[in-house]
Design a protein around this ligand. Structure first.
Ligand code: ADP
Ligand code: MG
Ligand code: ZN
Length: 610
């Protein structure tokens, strides 16, 4: 739209200039014949001239024999001057009709002024567009140092988000309600001498709704909301970050009371002096500037700074001091009731089958974040559309859970007969061992259809939300992980590369049991190795050894022993229940997927037989 008016303006200006120039130089019609001044003076002296029309830069002459002539002259030369200069006798021109048209019409003014005004006009137009460019929010040039903060003003009703749109996170909402109250009614608090926190830090795992909640606070408080992401402060150009911070706070002060929201604070707020690389100095300067600005405004400024991070542990301690981000609001992963609420919020504008209780979905999605759940319903809607249905049903949502967890099914990936058989036994091994051990999560689904990068999968999810895991559970989980590998060995006497992912996971878990959770009898309740995050061309976790060579050897021995024990357990189960293993594998080969009911029915039958 902007571009259109701009283009029209440019065309109009060009058109006007062109037509002005054109009219200046093209007015004489073709019937005039050009002659020089000398000939004209001679004609005057010989009394051959009938009439003369004097124009700015030329004389239009009509001779007595009706011939028409055109004589060019200097613009500044008047007719009387010419007569005088050439010494024409005044008697000779008494009978000549003289028509002076020098100052007539716009043409005169344009030709007199345009040469002076045109450059100014062009410069003015140019400047005008440039100013607009700079002011425009999406202009990239000329605005390095300006903050890229997006401002959401309270008048904006369209995308307004309030606490209603954020499900769950009750404690966080209560805490933020106080902030909203303050922004709406600062005098009440100041009268009591209360110092309102300047900075509120939202802490939570990715997808728990930190960004959403911050926008909801702005929506509730009905104050301007400046939103910028930490990574936007830090760019290629040195010094940009700090000047952006300055600019952001300048803008904010102008429209206080307001909220400044810095998303992904860890991008700039990482501990100073840590890491390496060129962008580091830049980041430190940006961080320093944020600290300076936060200290700079007093109690009456009425600006509240909110920030979000999923890594509070790596933030610079200076940020967390009183008077800065001293208020922490923690957003937990949603529990079953929260998940139900989130599902309800996101299904509000989707046609969902009335007969199906969303609680079923909430039950089956422990560990899903708010973002995962939003994604889940979106996937279900896409699937429904693909099936040409009008209403999203239970099957579509259930199917989407697996898609969100494991990636899409790969129907095109065809396994050979042999591969299929190996995969069937591998997955049957996982499922059977999981079923036989008392402390594992129930098997929800077994499949030999490839999904994402896995050839097949056994889906297990906890019955309820889990916050802690006991040692016995982890050890049994290890046996389940190794069961695929063991099943291949027991049945085929050989192993395939398909188990490598399981083995990697098993090794990592074992290492954690011993070095991080202090679950090894022999090495006792302490952690081994200090983990650091290094920022050098990407992210890397390095481990610093804080134990002796002797301990390192013991750790290795313990890891091997733990894995061997878990493997033995799996082996024991699989050889004892060999017939069951065959039954599951054969049924899998036939049906390709088994759900929880089908799987558990196999065991019920067996009990009936006995
Ligand atoms: P974060 O910033 O914590 O990574 P976001 O706020 O960006 O997460 O959340 C991403 C999306 O997930 C939101 O836009 C919203 O659709 C959904 N979501 C997350 N948490 C909730 C919640 N508690 N209630 C409703 N929707 C949520
Ligand atoms: Mg976010
Ligand atoms: Zn496996």
């Amino acid at each position: 739209m902007k571009n259109l008016t701009k283009n029209i303006l440019i065309v109009v200006v060009i058109f006007l200039t062109m037509s002005a120039l054109f009219s200046l130089y093209s007015s004489p019609s073709k019937s005039y014949e050009e002659t020089d001044m000398g000939t004209f003076i001679n004609q005057l002296n010989n009394e051959q001239v009938e009439s003369v029309t004097v124009r700015i830069d030329k004389l239009e002459v009509v001779l007595k024999d009706k011939k028409k002539e055109l004589v060019n002259k200097e613009g500044a030369d008047t007719f009387s001057n010419i007569i005088k200069n050439y010494g024409v006798d005044t008697e000779k021109i008494k009978n000549v009709k003289i028509d002076i048209r020098e100052n007539e019409g716009a043409g005169f003014w344009i030709s007199a002024l345009l040469p002076f005004l045109l450059p100014f006009l062009i410069i003015a137009v140019f400047l005008y567009f440039m100013m607009r460019q700079v002011q425009g929010a999406n202009s990239k040039a000329m605005s390095f140092g300006q903050s890229r903060a997006r401002e959401v003003s309270p008048e904006e009703k369209k995308n307004k988000i309030t606490f209603k749109d954020v499900a769950g996170v009750k404690e966080a909402k209560i805490e933020l309600l106080e902030i909203v109250d303050f922004l709406k009614n600062p005098k009440k608090f100041i009268a009591l001498g209360a110092r309102i926190p300047k900075g509120v830090l939202l802490v939570g795992a990715p997808g728990t709704g930190k960004t959403l909640l911050a926008r909801a606070v702005a929506g509730e408080a009905e104050v301007p909301f400046f939103n910028i992401s930490g990574s936007e402060f830090v760019e290629m150009f040195v010094g940009v970050g700090a000047s952006r911070v300055r600019d952001l706070f300048k803008k904010a002060k102008r429209s206080s009371p307001c909220i400044v929201f810095i998303d992904e604070l860890d991008a700039v707020g990482r501990q100073r002096g840590a890491g390496m690389g060129g962008s580091n100095d830049e980041r430190e300067q940006t961080l320093n500037q944020i600290l300076v600005e936060m200290d700079g405004f007093d109690v009456n400024t009425n600006i509240i700074i909110m920030a979000a991070t999923n890594r509070p542990d790596i933030l610079d301690v200076a940020l967390l001091r009183p008077g800065r981000f001293d208020r922490r609001v923690v957003l937990d992963m949603p529990d079953i009731n929260d998940r139900l609420e989130i599902l309800k919020v996101h299904s509000k504008y989707k046609p969902i089958d009335q007969n199906f209780d969303l609680r079923i979905i909430a039950e089956r999605t422990p560990g899903f974040s708010g973002a995962d759940l939003a994604n889940l319903l979106n996937e279900a809607a896409i699937l429904t559309a693909r099936l040409d249905k009008k209403i999203i049903g239970k099957e579509e949502v259930l199917e989407s859970i697996e898609k969100v967890l494991l990636g899409p099914e790969r129907k095109s990936h065809i396994l050979s007969e042999k591969e299929k058989k190996i995969t069937a036994y591998h997955e049957a091994g996982h499922a059977l061992v999981s079923h036989m051990l008392p402390n594992t999560d129930p098997v929800r689904k077994i499949s030999i259809i490839s999904r994402g990068r896995a050839a097949g999968y056994t889906l297990k999810l906890p019955e309820t939300d889990k916050y802690m895991t006991a040692r016995q559970e982890i050890v049994e989980e290890l046996s389940v992980l190794l069961a695929g590998y063991v099943a291949e060995k027991v049945v085929f006497g050989d192993i395939t590369t398909g188990a490598s992912n399981d083995l990697k996971k098993a090794t990592d878990i074992t290492k954690n049991i011993i070095t991080q959770f202090g679950m090894s009898e022999k090495l006792g309740p302490r952690t081994y190795g200090e983990r650091h995050e290094m920022i050098f061309l990407g992210r890397e976790i390095t481990e610093q050894r804080d134990y002796s060579e002797k301990i390192a050897e013991q750790i290795d021995i313990e890891i091997s022993k733990t894995i061997a024990n878990a493997q033995n357990k799996a082996h024991e189960i699989l050889t004892k229940e060999r017939t069951m293993l065959d039954t599951i594998a054969n049924l899998l080969l036939e049906k390709e997927t088994l759900d929880r009911e089908q799987f558990e029915a196999l065991f019920a039958k067996k009990i009936n037989k006995i």
